[in-house]
Design a protein around this ligand. Structure first.
Ligand SMILES: C[S@@+](CC[C@H](N)C(=O)[O-])C[C@H]1O[C@@H](n2cnc3c(N)ncnc32)[C@H](O)[C@@H]1O
Length: 211
C-alpha cells in the first residue's frame, strides 16, 4: 500500500507562538479588541449555504465559535446547535445574545482538546477554528473532527488563506488540507468557493463529507 505523504506543517522555529495557544492568549485578544476575524454578522458563505439548502437544520457543532453570529442564526432557524469555545468573552457574549433574542443553543466553555461529546453530530461548521489552532496540534484536532462527526455528515469548512508562515491565523493552504483531511476519511468536493475576509485575506469554503 502506498504510504501517505507527510503533512508539512509550519515548524516551531517559523511560528509565533512556539506551541499550543492558551485560553489566556485568546482571552487577551478579546480584552485588547484584537478580534479582526469577527465580521459582526454571519459570514456571507454561511448565508449562501443556507440559501442553497446545503446547510439545513440538524444537530450541528460549531468549534471555536467566538461571538457566534452563525450560532445565533442557526438557533433562529431551528438547528440543534452546540457551540464550544474556551474564551470567557466569546462564551459570555454568545450566551447573552441568545438570551436577549430568546433563542436556544448549547454553549459549552471548554478546551476543544478536552471536549468529548456523548454523541456524534450531523454537521460541523468549522469557521476559522483550525487556523486558530497551532499546526503542531492539527493532526489531533483533525482526529477530533472525525470523531465528532457521524459518517455521512458534512463538514462546512472555511479554511483561512494568509500566505504567511506565522500565525494565528495559521494559513490552511489547500494542499496541506488535502493531506490532513485525507480521502480515507473524507470525500472532497470538486469545487470550492473563495470568500473574501475583511482582514484583507480570504477563506476557501469546502463542504467535505465524512466517510
Ligand atoms: C479566529 S477565532 C474564530 C471565531 C469564530 N469561529 C468566527 O469565525 O468568528 C478562533 C476562536 O477559537 C477559540 N479557540 C481557539 N483554540 C481553542 C481551543 N483549543 N479550545 C476552544 N476554543 C478555542 C478562540 O477562543 C476564538 O474564539
Amino acid at each position: 500500500m502506498a504510504s501517505q505523504p507527510k503533512l508539512q506543517t509550519q515548524t516551531d522555529e517559523s511560528c509565533q507562538p512556539q506551541g499550543p495557544l492558551t485560553k489566556a492568549s485568546w482571552q487577551a485578544r478579546y480584552d485588547e479588541g484584537k478580534t479582526g476575524w469577527d465580521r459582526g454578522q454571519p459570514s456571507p458563505m454561511f448565508s449562501r449555504w443556507i440559501d442553497q439548502g446545503t446547510l439545513r437544520p440538524c444537530r450541528v457543532l460549531v468549534p471555536g465559535c467566538g461571538r457566534g453570529h452563525e450560532v445565533i442564526a442557526m438557533a433562529a432557524l431551528g438547528f440543534d446547535v452546540t457551540a464550544v469555545d474556551f474564551a470567557d468573552t466569546a462564551v459570555q457574549t454568545l450566551q447573552a445574545e441568545l438570551q436577549t433574542r430568546n433563542l436556544q443553543a448549547k454553549v459549552i466553555q471548554s478546551d476543544l482538546f478536552e471536549f468529548h461529546p456523548p454523541e456524534a453530530f450531523d454537521a460541523i461548521y468549522e469557521q476559522t477554528c483550525l487556523c486558530a489552532v497551532h499546526p503542531s496540534q492539527w493532526a489531533t484536532y483533525h482526529e477530533s473532527l472525525v470523531r465528532w462527526l457521524r459518517p455521512g455528515g458534512n463538514l462546512f469548512a472555511l479554511f483561512m488563506q494568509t500566505e504567511a508562515t506565522q500565525g494565528p491565523p495559521f494559513s490552511c493552504d489547500l494542499d496541506k488540507m488535502q493531506i490532513l483531511f485525507r480521502s480515507h476519511h473524507w470525500q472532497w468536493p470538486t469545487e470550492h468557493d473563495r470568500v473574501d475576509h475583511p482582514m484583507g485575506i480570504y477563506e476557501l469554503a469546502c463542504v467535505l463529507t465524512r466517510l
